[in-house]
Write a protein that binds this ligand. Structure first.
Ligand code: MOS
Length: 711
């Protein structure tokens, strides 16, 4: 196995190397790339949720300004036949969802384009639509696989019904989480230039994404281009959370628009409103959790059944029950997923797909079981700590969940907690504390490549198509490269964010650091073997080192324990989180400063999920109503409580070359359950539907403390 002998930089809190460029406004994001004489794109979007476009009248739009051009299914170029349903933009007259791109208006300025787009008149032949996910929806079905299709839909081991009947204590509960959108600070943007040189097409795409190579790989064939004919450039990215992982309809729209004006750049920045349709979102979930246990707390039966939505023309299944398969053991276990096709845009990956909503249900149910059993919820989890992954029987590469629970409890001040709910009333606020376990699986990602070059004066350049979403990739890859090469930080230039560089996986699935470090460390090793310790200037090596992690031998996950203290106002029901503390088993940490930001950021997003975020759909019209930041609430300054994260830091040599685990997603997992559990401890009211809003608590006074409310 490749190793790094001497770590001088890995493990240090190096400040962001790209920080000065960002705060001085000199770091060019996709939309800011200098291009000359661009046209600006404003989309025309459907105002019905299902049906056909019968006519588009662009007469008034074209009169706005001589620069205006209108692109529709009538005059757009054909895409290749194999393009998946959601990406068949401007190919026919069919409307699949409200807000679908049905045209593009180009103009010399953004204002001209927008004004002209407003004047495009569209007629429809609407059809009945259905946008409402229901647990008993008659069309629910079991897909071939969930997530990207690679995860088994159902795992059934033993008879859960019999297990529950034979249990000393059991719970059978339903949970609901609302749809969520990513709302990254930088909306999805792209600038496209379609050149025709000597009869050959070439598309340059400045694009905000999580991985330039991945966008190139999937988008090129849709546009009928070879890999060499599509260059994707995205050096700086302002957040994503999964919304920029793979090509979305906007990429096809801007590419088709650019193709209609060869040589002329076309700029497309989605308005905030546009990011709520067609850039993916987290499906609402309906989850049933059944747990059976012996008096001593030993789990004997676990059932976790999930219903989520997908689009009519494509399939993505939020894998909400998957982590339940390995987290706790029981004699009989069943985890299932059902999808319902609705007249909606494609759901997709959002931070901790599966684990985030799944942990809300399971970790709430564990808390409810603990209360039924009269066992402390931390103790109940520790009593059920498995020795191997319950689904695969494989040993864990490392699993320090018990450390997280115990050390977290100690730092949080759990000892002496009165287990009974509704006991602490201070200054008109009911106070309570809650806990939840967290896990996030290591993904099966293909290996990444890297290039190492010797520059003058003993300096090096390391290149790969990695991506920095604002998380610190530039900085940590420089730390890793410097240690692998045995030089100072100043002696390494790291280049990322372009498909012209060595192919690399996207910044997704919490796998960036693990995968890219493997590419860098292995390529440096090969570079040394080839060129020695004193390489000639210009000497270079590109390699794709073999991945070191063995999925057959180990179950690999990051773990964590989330602690929350909340206050619920006795009169108004207003709920505030007062404290959040996360304890994590995340392997070796490359940069504590940035790791803390990642983990705390994830926890805040968990708080936001618990109390604020709600993509409300008006089912009469089938559109997302809360499609701006005034109505789609994300946690802001006033919502940020006392918050901290800490970690064990022990390297896991089976997980990745440097012993790092992923930290991008584990932070969000379990937070919503910890807050809901704390809200119950404060008030005696169980809220099983996210987000938790004040109306849930307005009936507490009248209800007995053991009551269960379900919305
Ligand atoms: Mo992440 S949801 O894998 O981009």
């Amino acid at each position: 196995m490749t190793t790094v002998a001497d770590m001088q930089h890995v493990g240090r809190s190096v400040a962001r190397l790209d920080g000065p460029a960002k705060v001085t406004g000199t770091a060019p994001y996709a939309y800011e790339q200098p291009v000359s004489d661009p046209l600006h794109l404003y989309p025309v979007r459907s105002t019905v949720a299902r049906g056909r476009v019968t006519s588009i009248d662009a007469t008034a739009a074209l009169e706005v300004h001589e620069s205006v051009r209108v692109l529709t299914a009538e005059n757009a170029h054909d895409l290749s036949a194999s393009v998946p349903g959601d990406m068949r933009v401007l190919q026919d007259d069919i409307v699949h969802y409200h807000g679908q791109f049905i045209g593009a208006v180009l103009g010399a300025t953004p204002e001209i384009a927008r004004h002209a787009a407003d004047l495009v008149r569209v007629s429809y032949e609407p059809a009945d639509h259905d946008t409402e996910l229901r647990a008993d929806h008659p069309d629910r079905y079991a897909p071939e696989g969930i997530h990207d299709g690679s995860i088994v839909t159902d795992v059934v081991d033993g008879d859960v019904d019999a297990g529950l009947r034979g249990a000393d204590v059991s719970v059978d509960l339903s949970y609901h989480t609302s749809g969520q959108h990513h709302v990254a600070m930088e909306p999805n943007t792209a600038v496209a230039i379609w050149d025709v040189v000597d009869g050959a097409d070439h598309l340059t795409l400045y694009d905000s994404n999580q991985g330039a190579f991945v966008i190139q790989l999937f988008l090129a064939p849709m546009l009928g281009l070879t890999m060499a004919q599509l260059e994707v450039i995205s050096p700086f990215v302002g957040g994503s959370f999964g919304s920029k992982t793979i090509p979305r309809p906007l990429h096809v729209l801007v590419a088709l628009a650019a193709r209609s004006v060869p040589g002329r750049p076309v700029k497309f920045a989605l308005a905030r409103r546009h990011t709520f349709v067609g850039t993916a979102y987290r499906s609402p979930t309906i989850q049933r959790v059944r747990l059976g246990a012996r008096r001593d707390g030993t789990l004997t039966a676990i059932g976790h059944d999930v219903v989520v939505q997908t689009a009519r023309f494509g399939e993505y299944g939020e894998p909400a029950a998957v982590s339940t398969r390995m987290l706790y053991a029981a004699d009989s276990r069943s985890t299932t997923h059902r999808l319902v096709r609705l007249d909606v845009s494609m759901p997709g990956m959002m931070r901790a797909p599966g684990e985030a909503p799944g942990s809300f249900a399971v970790e709430s149910a564990i808390d409810e079981l603990a209360a039924e059993l009269g066992i402390d919820p931390i103790e109940l989890r520790i009593r059920n700590e498995p020795t191997v992954a319950a689904d695969s029987g494989r040993p864990f590469s490392s699993r320090d969940l018990v450390w997280c629970l115990r050390e977290g409890a100690s730092r949080f001040g759990w000892a002496g907690r009165d287990p009974a709910p509704r006991r602490r009333l201070e200054n008109g606020w009911w106070l309570g504390t809650g806990v939840a376990a967290a896990s996030y699986a290591r993904q099966h990602f293909p290996p990444s490549s890297a290039t190492v070059r010797a520059l003058v004066a003993g300096r090096y350049r390391v290149e790969l198509a990695a991506s920095d979403l604002g998380t610190g990739t530039f900085t940590i890859l420089t730390q890793i490269a410097a240690d692998a090469l045995g030089v100072a930080l100043e002696d390494v230039d790291v280049a990322i964010g372009s498909s012209a560089l060595a192919p690399a996986v996207a910044a997704a699935g919490s796998m960036g650091t693990a995968t890219w470090s493997e590419a860098i460390v292995g390529t440096v090793e090969e570079f040394r073997t080839t060129h020695g310790d004193a390489p000639a200037v210009g000497a270079h090596t590109t390699a794709t080192p073999r991945p070191s992690a063995d999925h057959e031998a180990f179950a690999m996950h990051a773990f964590g324990a989330q602690f929350a203290e909340v206050a619920v106002h006795a009169d108004t029901g207003e709920i505030r989180t007062r404290r959040l503390l996360g304890a994590f088993d995340a392997g070796r940490v490359v940069n504590p400063l940035m790791a803390r930001s990642q983990l705390v950021g994830g926890m805040l997003m968990g708080l936001s999920t618990a109390l604020h975020e709600h993509s409300v759909v008006d089912h009469r019209y089938g559109h997302v109503v809360t499609d701006d930041l005034a109505s789609y609430h994300v946690a802001s300054h006033a919502d940020v409580p006392e918050i901290d994260a800490f970690w064990l830091g022990t390297p896991d040599p089976h997980y990745s070359v440097l012993g790092t685990k992923g930290i991008a997603e584990i932070g969000i997992v379990g937070v919503a359950a910890a807050i809901a559990n704390a809200a119950w401890h404060a008030t005696g009211t169980r809220v099983r539907s996210l987000p938790i809003t004040l109306d849930n608590f307005l009936t507490t006074e009248a209800a007995p403390s053991s009551s269960r409310s379900t919305r």
